[in-house]
Design a protein around this ligand. Structure first.
Ligand code: FES
Length: 104
């Protein structure tokens, strides 16, 4: 079952950047790619407790601010030590200038 949540405005996220989005006690990360597509993942690193929104985006990679672990934010794939557990990803849709994620 889907649970679409209005996360932010399209313009809240700059190109090649991300923002943190908290909902129902969980933290998500919303990304805007160089191609102007939007993606969503869990907002906390799978290695230790670090908010990915404090990290850096390069192309399709989010680099964790704590130990520089990297993930492909399109798939959540962990790209090597120290991160070995993939990030969970969430479906995203854009409607009327708003970004929705399916948090279910
Ligand atoms: Fe993210 Fe260690 S907490 S790489």
């Amino acid at each position: 079952m889907s649970e679409w949540v209005d996360a932010c405005a399209v313009d809240d996220v700059e190109e090649e950047d991300l923002i943190r989005f908290d909902y129902d006690g969980k933290t998500f990360a919303i990304y805007r790619s160089p191609d102007d597509d939007f993606f969503a993942t869990d907002g906390i690193c799978t290695h230790e407790h670090a908010f990915l929104a404090d990290g850096l985006v390069m192309d399709y990679i989010i680099e964790c601010p704590k130990h520089n672990g990297r993930f492909d934010y399109r798939t959540g794939e962990a790209k090597g030590a120290p991160v070995c557990v993939d990030l969970k990803t969430y479906p995203v849709k854009v409607e009327d200038g708003r970004v929705f994620i399916d948090v279910a």
